[in-house]
Write a protein that binds this ligand. Structure first.
Ligand SMILES: Cc1cc2nc3c(=O)[nH]c(=O)nc-3n(C[C@H](O)[C@H](O)[C@H](O)COP(=O)(O)OP(=O)(O)OC[C@H]3O[C@@H](n4cnc5c(N)ncnc54)[C@H](O)[C@@H]3O)c2cc1C
Length: 786
C-alpha cells in the first residue's frame, strides 16, 4: 500500500465513529418522533415455533421482493394455510429512510456475498472481488435497494414469449405490473400503463438537489426528451420513480406483508434459513423443508406446494443442496442427485456498469440552496436537515442522490428506431469523494490505493457521477456450490465482459456521459472530468476507448441485478429449470418464483419485474389449486388424471419413533387436497390415483416395493385428512374417519394387486378395489364417509 493509501484508510477509519453515532442518533430520534415509521400496529407478526403447524398447504421459502407478494396473494384464500420462511428479521426503522440506503449494505440485513476473484473485472476492488449485496431481511433486496421503480422494455417480455414461454408477452404481463401498483405521481394515475389501488406505492422522490433538473436539460441537449420511462416508450430521461410511501421506502414487506400478516392462515417465520427442500426420491415430489431457526433445526411439511423465492443467488443454491442441479457438479460436492437439471445456477446475468465516472462542477454563486448544487455529505448532515426530516417530513433525508434522474440511451450499437436502448444512465449528484469515502468506497470494496489516487485529492468538492449500465449483457456467469454445507456461501462467477462486445457497449456509454458533460447546460457549471486517473490506466490517452475500457475493468460495478439462474423455458430447452408456469422440471409440487426465473435479464432495474413475476405466479398457483380445493368432488371433476394425481408421499417407515414424530411423518404424507375436499363436502365421491404402472409391477421385487409404497401412501393421505382438519380448526371435532371401498375390477382384476390393497386395508380400513375403470394405469377408490 502507498503512503497515500494508508493515509486515506486511516482517515476513513476515523470517520466511522461519527458515522455510526449519527445513525444511532437518527434511529433514536425516529423511535422518539416518527411513529409512522415505527408503524407498530402493522408490523409483520412473527410466529413462534411453538405455534407453527406441522404442515401447511403452501410453504414459501424467502420473504424477499417475490416471496412477500406470493405469501400475500396465496393467503387471500382463507382455505389455505401459508408459511413464509425468511432467513432475516424485520426491516429496521433506518431502512425506511431513503438517504441511508448505502449504509444498509454490509450489515446483518445483507448476505454479504462476494464474487470470485478475477483478472478481467473488479480489479480496483480488494482481492479483485466485487461485493454482491443481497437482502437478508423481510422484504429481501427490496429493503436494501435504491428503490428505483423501472419495469423494463416491452420487447423483453415479447422475447420471453418468443422463447417458448407462453403467457409472458408484454401485453400479458402489463396487467400484473398494474395490479400491484398504486401510482401517486401526478399525471400518471390515468395512464393506461399505470395502476392505482395496489399494495405497492410509487412516488417521485421527495427531495432533489438542483443538479437533477440540469441532468434533464442536458439530456434534452443530446437528444433525449423527458418521458415516463415505464410508459408507452422507454428511450429518454426522467426523474427517478421510487417504490416509496409518503416519501419513505416501500419494500415488499411493507407493501405486501404488513397488510396480510394478521391473516390467521398466514404464518411468517423470521430468522429461519432453509437448508434443504425434502423431495421424495421415488415420486420426485417436494413434501417439506428443513430449516434452521436460531440454533435449532426444524422440519415442516407442505401439502400442496413449496415455492422457492430465495432470489437469483440462493434459489439455485437451495435447489442444488436439495439434489436438483447439474449431476456432475452435485456428485463432485457430494450431494445425492434427485434430478439432473443442468441449467441450475447457469445463465447468470447481471447489469454490469462503470463506477467512478466523476465530473467536477462549480456550484453557481446564486445557487438557491445554500447546500450547493450537488450532494456533499457534510453540507447535508446538519441539525436543520434532521429537523426537516423529523418535524416536517421533507428534506435531504428523502433523497437518493445516487440516482436522482435516469436516462435510457442508444449507443452506436443500438437501433435507434426500435425504442430498445442498450445503456441506462444513473445520474447521481454524489460521487465517491462526496462522502469522504464512507459509503461508496466501502460498499464497492475499493482498494485503499485505488480510492486515494482517484478521490483523496478532490474530497468533498462539488461533483456528479454518471453510471452507465449495460442493459442486455451477452456474458453469462454461474452460481455453484462451494460444498455440501448449506451454511457456506455459494461460488459466484459473474464472468463480466467474457463477451467483449459488452465492454464495447459500456465504452460507448462512457462516451455519452462525456458528451453530456460537454452540453451547454453542463458547461455552464464548468463540468469537467476528474483529472485523477486510475494509475493502471493512466498510460492511455484520455478520453479514449482504451482508457474507458481499462477504467471499466478496474471500477467494475454490479448494479445488483443478478437474474436468470433458474431460467424459465419450454420442455425442449434442456437448460430451462422451470416451465412457463414456473414449476421445477423433474420434480412435483415445487415452483420457483423470483428474479432467477427470468429467461433473460430485462432492460432496466429488476425489482418491479420480480414483483410482477410474483403477482403472475400467484395467479398461476391459484389456477392450479383453487379448483381442487374449493369445489366438492364429483365424479366429473376427477376426469382429469393430472388434477387428481397423488403428488407424493413419504411413507411411514419409522413406525417405532415416538408419538409426536409419527404424527409428523403422517402429515408429511398428506399431499393431496382432493381428499380433504372430499372429507369436508358431501361425503361421497371418487378418488383416482395414478399408480403409474400396472400388475407388471409385481414381477420385480424393487417394483413391488414401489407399489407397496404407493399403497401405503394412500393410507397416509387419508389419515392425514383427519390430522389436517384437526390442525386447521382447533374447535372442530376429530373427524369420524372414512371408509375406503376398493372393489376388484371384474375384467382386469389382478389378484396380487387386490391382495396388496387388502393387506394394507386390513390394518386400517374396510376396502374394496376397482381398477382401470376407464383409464389405463389408474385405480379408482370410492370413499364413503362412515
Ligand atoms: C443494493 C441493491 C440495490 C438495488 N437497487 C435496485 C433498484 O433501485 N431498483 C430495482 O428495481 N432493483 C434494485 N435492486 C435489485 C432488486 O432489489 C432485486 O432484483 C429484487 O429484490 C430481487 O427479488 P427476489 O425476490 O428475486 O430476491 P430477494 O428480494 O433478494 O429475496 C430473496 C429472499 O430470500 C431470503 N433467503 C435466501 N435464502 C434463504 C434461505 N435459504 N432460507 C430462507 N430465506 C432465504 C433472503 O433473505 C431474501 O429475503 C437492488 C438490489 C440491491 C441488493
Amino acid at each position: 500500500m502507498t503512503v497515500m493509501g494508508a493515509y486515506s484508510a486511516a482517515r476513513i477509519a476515523l470517520s466511522y465513529g461519527p458515522e455510526l453515532s449519527f445513525l444511532v442518533f437518527l434511529r433514536f430520534l425516529i423511535v422518539l418522533m416518527r411513529q409512522d415509521i415505527i408503524d407498530r400496529d402493522n408490523r409483520v407478526q412473527i410466529i413462534s415455533t411453538r405455534k407453527m403447524y406441522e404442515s401447511y398447504d403452501f410453504i414459501v421459502i424467502g420473504g424477499g421482493s417475490a416471496g412477500c407478494v406470493v405469501a400475500n396473494r396465496l393467503s387471500e384464500n382463507q382455505n389455505w394455510t401459508v408459511l413464509l420462511l425468511e432467513a432475516g428479521g424485520d426491516e429496521t426503522v433506518l431502512s425506511d429512510v431513503p438517504l441511508v440506503f448505502p449504509t444498509l449494505q454490509l450489515t446483518a440485513m445483507d448476505w454479504q456475498f462476494k464474487t470470485e476473484s478475477s483478472t478481467k473485472y473488479c480489479q480496483g476492488m480488494i482481492n479483485n472481488q466485487c461485493n454482491w449485496p443481497r437482502g437478508k431481511v423481510l422484504g429481501g433486496s427490496s429493503v436494501l435497494n435504491a428503490m428505483l421503480y423501472v419495469r423494463g422494455n416491452r420487447r423483453d417480455y415479447d422475447q420471453w414469449r418468443d422463447m417458448g414461454n407462453t403467457g409472458w408477452s408484454y401485453d400479458e404481463v402489463l396487467p400484473y405490473f398494474k395490479k400491484s401498483e398504486n401510482v401517486m405521481i401526478p399525471g400518471l394515475a390515468k395512464s393506461p400503463f399505470h395502476g392505482t389501488g395496489g399494495y405497492l406505492t410509487i412516488e417521485r422522490f421527495r427531495n432533489n438537489t438542483p443538479i437533477a433538473k440540469q441532468f434533464l436539460a442536458a439530456g434534452r441537449e443530446i437528444g433525449y426528451e423527458e418521458i415516463d420511462i415505464n410508459g408507452a416508450t422507454q428511450t429518454g430521461f426522467s426523474y427517478s420513480h421510487g417504490t416509496l410511501r409518503d416519501g419513505l421506502r416501500c419494500s415488499t414487506a411493507k407493501a405486501f406483508l404488513r397488510s396480510a400478516s394478521r391473516r390467521k392462515n398466514l404464518h411468517v417465520s423470521a430468522h429461519s434459513t432453509v437448508e434443504k427442500i425434502l423431495i421424495h426420491e421415488t415420486t420426485k415430489t417436494a413434501y417439506g423443508v428443513k430449516f434452521r431457526r436460531g440454533s435449532r433445526n426444524y422440519i415442516v411439511y407442505a401439502r400442496n406446494e413449496i415455492i422457492l423465492s430465495a432470489g437469483s443467488v440462493q434459489s439455485p443454491h437451495v435447489l442444488m443442496l436439495s439434489g436438483i442441479g447439474p449431476k456432475e457438479h452435485l456428485e463432485e460436492v457430494g450431494v445425492p442427485v434427485i434430478y439432473d437439471s443442468p441449467g441450475v445456477g447457469k445463465n447468470l446475468q447481471d447489469h454490469v456498469a462503470i463506477g467512478g465516472l466523476t465530473y467536477l462542477i462549480d456550484s453557481p454563486s446564486d445557487c438557491p440552496e445554500k447546500t450547493g448544487i450537488c450532494f456533499v455529505l457534510p453540507r447535508f448532515l446538519t441539525l436543520s436537515t434532521i429537523k426537516q426530516f423529523l418535524a416536517e417530513e421533507r428534506g435531504a433525508l428523502y433523497n437518493v442522490p445516487e440516482c436522482e434522474a435516469m436516462g435510457f440511451v442508444n449507443t452506436i450499437y443500438a437501433n435507434e428506431t426500435m425504442d430498445y436502448p442498450d445503456v441506462q444512465l444513473f445520474l447521481a449528484s454524489v460521487a465517491d469523494n462526496s462522502d469522504g469515502g464512507l459509503f461508496g468506497k466501502r460498499v464497492c470494496g475499493l482498494k485503499d490505493d485505488f480510492f486515494a489516487n482517484m478521490f483523496e485529492g478532490i474530497l468533498y468538492e462539488d461533483t456528479y457521477n454518471v453510471v452507465p449500465l449495460l442493459l442486455r449483457p451477452k456474458s453469462r456467469g454461474y452460481i455453484k456450490l462451494k460444498d455440501a454445507n448449506p451454511r457456506h456461501h455459494p461460488i459466484i462467477v459473474p464472468n463480466y465482459f467474457s463477451d467483449p462486445h459488452d465492454l464495447d457497449i459500456l465504452v460507448e456509454g462512457a462516451k455519452i456521459i462525456y458528451n453530456l458533460s460537454q452540453t451547454p447546460t453542463m458547461k455552464r457549471f464548468g463540468a469537467r472530468p476528474n483529472s485523477n486517473k486510475i494509475p493502471e490506466c493512466a498510460h492511455f490517452a484520455f478520453p479514449s476507448d482504451d482508457y474507458w475500457r481499462c477504467h471499466a475493468q478496474h471500477y467494475t460495478m454490479t448494479i445488483y441485478h443478478p437474474t436468470s439462474t433458474c431460467k424459465m423455458g419450454p420442455t425442449d430447452d434442456r437448460m430451462a429449470v422451470v416451465d412457463p408456469r414456473l414449476r421445477v422440471y423433474g420434480v412435483h409440487a415445487l415452483r420457483i418464483v423470483d428474479a432467477s426465473v427470468m429467461p433473460n435479464i430485462v432492460t432496466g432495474n429488476t425489482n418491479a419485474p420480480t414483483i410482477m413475476i410474483a403477482e403472475k405466479a400467484a395467479d398461476l398457483i391459484k389456477e392450479d389449486w383453487e379448483d381442487i380445493c374449493d369445489k366438492p368432488l364429483t365424479k366429473h371433476s376427477v376426469d382429469d388424471k393430472k388434477q387428481l394425481r397423488i403428488l407424493g408421499v413419504h411413507a411411514l417407515r419409522n413406525r417405532q419413533v415416538k408419538q409426536g414424530q409419527q404424527k409428523e411423518q403422517m402429515m408429511m404424507a398428506f399431499r393431496d387436497n382432493q381428499i380433504d375436499r372430499f372429507s369436508s363436502s358431501v361425503g361421497r365421491g371418487n378418488l383416482r390415483i395414478d399408480l403409474e404402472d400396472d400388475s407388471d409391477y409385481l414381477d420385480d421385487d424393487r417394483e413391488k416395493e414401489e407399489w407397496e409404497k404407493e399403497v401405503e401412501m394412500v393410507h397416509n393421505q387419508l389419515e392425514a385428512v383427519k390430522l389436517k382438519r384437526h390442525i386447521i380448526d382447533d374447535q372442530s371435532e376429530e373427524q369420524s374417519g372414512f371408509e375406503i371401498e376398493i372393489i376388484p375390477d371384474k375384467d382386469e382384476g389382478d389378484s396380487n394387486i387386490h391382495k396388496n390393497w387388502q393387506n394394507f386395508t386390513k390394518i386400517f380400513l374396510t376396502t374394496k378395489y376397482v381398477t382401470n375403470n376407464d383409464a389405463t394405469n389408474c385405480a379408482e377408490i370410492r370413499i364413503d364417509k362412515t
